[in-house]
Ligand binder design. Structure first.
Ligand code: SAM
Ligand code: SF4
Length: 407
C-alpha cells in the first residue's frame, strides 16, 4: 500500500460510528458490477450505503476513462463536492477543508489511468484504487477515517495488483432483485488503437468456469432469474478446455435460470459455431451486440480491429440466417484520425444497409497510452459532430421503422 501522510496534529477523542458511503458509478456494465461488488464488501464490513449526497462520510467515484467526456464529468463532480464543503466552513478556515468534507475516493479506470497523479489534479481526493485492488477499499476507508479522528492527514493509493481475488465475486450483493451481471473475463488483449481498456483494465483474464457457474447458481438461489455474462470480448473466453460456446451451454443448463445474454462480442472471435449454439440454447436471448466501429477497411486497419468490412457483413448475414428475427446492435466511432468523407460514407452505408436494431455512436476521443494517440486528431470537432449526428439520425429512423414493424 502506498501512502503519503503528513502529521497535522491530533485532536482525538471521538468514538467510531457506522460510516455512510455514497458510491457513484460512471461508464459500462463492468463498472456497474464492480460497484455492486464494492457495495457487497462494504456491507460485510458494516458500512452503511446511502444515496443521499447531503449526509455522507465517504463518497466513492467508480470511474470510466473510455472517452475524455466521461473523465470530465468526474472531475467536475469532485469539484462540486469540495466546493460545497468549503462553503460550509466558517470564514478563514479553508485549511480545515480535508476534515470538513467527506472522504473522497476514486476507483476504477481513471484511478489506473492517473494513479497518484490524481492527488495533483484534485487535491480533495483521499484515496485512489485501481480495478485490480477493489478488495482493499473497506480497509482503506477504515484507516482513513481513523486517521481523521486523530486529525492525521493521509492519502492512500493502490494501483499495483494486476488481478483482483476471485472470491470477491461471491459477496452475493446485487442491486437488482431479478437480474444479475456476471463477469466471465476481465481486461482485454486486443489493443484496438483507440481504446484505453487494455491499459487500465489489464490483459484478458478468464475466470474459472466453475467459479462462474457457482456465482450464477448463487444468484439463482437468491431468486434472480435473468443474468448477463460480462466481458470486454466474451467470445475470446477460454478456461482449460471450456471455450465460450461450451460455457453458454453450461450456463443454459443451470437449474432455475430463466434467461441469459452476453456482452460484448468482438467480430474477429465470433463464429458460426457460436450462432448455432445461440440457436440451440433455449434460455439465451437472441441478441448480439457486435461493435463494427467503422465501415471503411482502411480505418478498420488503423483501428487494429482484425477484420474487414466484408468479413463483418458476412457474419451479419450468417447471424440472421441462423437466428431468424434475432436482435443486432453495434458501436460506431465517428471522426477517427484521417477519416475522410469517403471513409465516413462507407460507415454510413454499412449502417444503412445492415439496419441494426440499435447503434451507439461516439465521437472519437484521443486516449492516453493508446496507439492512435500517436496520430493527429485531425478531424475537427465540427466535422465529428456532423458525422456523429448524421449516423445518429440515420439510425434513429431505422430503429423507429423496426420498432413499428415489430408491433
Ligand atoms: N469491448 C468492446 C468492443 O470491443 O467493442 C467495447 C469496449 S468500449 C468500453 C465501448 C465502446 O466505446 C467501443 O465499442 C467504442 O465504440 C467506444 N470507444 C472506445 N474508445 C473510444 C475512443 N477513444 N473514442 C470514442 N469512442 C471510443
Ligand atoms: Fe477496447 Fe478493442 Fe478490447 Fe473492446 S476489444 S475493450 S474496443 S481494446
Amino acid at each position: 500500500m502506498a501512502e503519503n501522510r503528513p502529521n497535522t496534529g491530533n485532536s482525538g477523542g471521538k468514538s467510531p460510528k457506522k460510516l455512510r458511503v455514497l458510491l457513484r458509478t460512471f461508464g459500462c456494465q463492468m463498472n456497474v458490477r464492480d460497484s455492486e461488488v464494492v457495495c457487497g464488501l462494504l456491507r460485510a464490513m458494516n458500512y452503511e450505503l446511502t444515496t443521499d449526497p447531503a449526509d455522507v462520510d465517504v463518497v466513492i467515484f467508480n470511474t470510466c476513462s473510455v472517452r475524455q467526456h466521461a473523465e470530465d464529468k468526474v472531475w467536475s463532480e469532485i469539484g462540486r463536492i469540495s466546493k460545497r464543503s468549503t462553503l460550509n466552513l466558517p470564514a478563514g478556515q479553508a485549511g480545515a477543508l480535508r476534515y470538513a468534507k467527506p472522504i473522497i475516493g476514486i476507483i476504477g479506470c481513471m484511478a489506473q489511468n492517473y494513479k497518484e497523479k490524481i492527488f495533483e489534479k484534485a487535491a480533495s481526493v483521499d484515496f485512489v484504487v485501481g480495478p485490480g485492488d477493489i478488495d482493499k477499499i473497506p480497509g482503506i476507508i477504515n484507516k482513513l477515517s481513523k486517521n481523521r479522528l486523530s486529525m492525521l492527514e493521509c492519502r492512500i493509493w493502490e494501483t499495483d495488483s494486476p488481478r483482483r481475488p476471485e472470491d470477491i465475486y461471491h459477496t452475493g450483493f446485487y442491486e437488482d432483485k431479478e437480474h444479475a451481471y456476471v463477469v466471465i473475463s476481465e481486461g482485454c488483449s486486443n489493443y484496438c488503437s483507440y481504446c484505453v481498456v487494455p491499459y487500465v483494465r489489464g490483459e484478458l483474464h478468464n475466470r474459472n468456469h466453475k467459479e462462474i457457474l457457482k456465482e450464477i447458481e448463487g444468484a439463482v438461489d437468491k431468486g434472480i432469474g435473468r443474468i448477463t455474462l460480462l466481458g470486454q470480448n466474451v467470445n475470446a473466453y477460454l478456461n482449460k478446455d471450456i471455450d465460450f460456446v461450451k460455457l453458454i451451454k453450461l450456463v443454459n443448463s443451470v437449474k432455475g435460470l430463466r434467461e441469459f445474454s452476453f456482452v460484448t462480442s468482438h467480430p474477429k472471435n465470433t463464429s458460426l459455431d457460436l450462432f448455432r449454439a445461440m440457436a440451440e440454447t433455449e434460455k439465451l436471448k437472441k441478441f448480439l451486440h457486435l461493435p463494427v466501429q467503422s465501415g471503411s477497411d482502411r480505418i478498420l486497419k488503423l483501428m487494429n480491429r482484425g477484420y474487414t468490412r466484408k468479413y463483418y457483413l458476412d457474419l451479419v448475414d450468417n447471424y440472421r440466417k441462423i437466428l431468424k428475427d434475432a436482435t443486432l446492435t453495434t458501436d460506431i466511432i465517428a471522426g477517427f484520425p484521417t477519416e475522410t468523407e469517403s471513409d465516413f460514407l462507407d460507415t454510413y452505408n454499412l449502417v444503412k444497409d445492415t439496419e441494426f436494431d440499435a447503434a451507439y455512436i461516439f465521437k472519437y476521443s484521443p486516449r492516453p497510452h493508446t496507439g492512435a494517440a500517436r496520430f493527429a486528431d485531425d478531424v475537427d470537432n465540427a466535422e465529428k459532430e456532423k458525422r456523429h449526428k448524421s449516423i445518429l439520425d440515420l439510425q434513429r429512423g431505422i430503429s423507429n421503422k423496426k420498432r413499428c414493424l415489430k408491433k
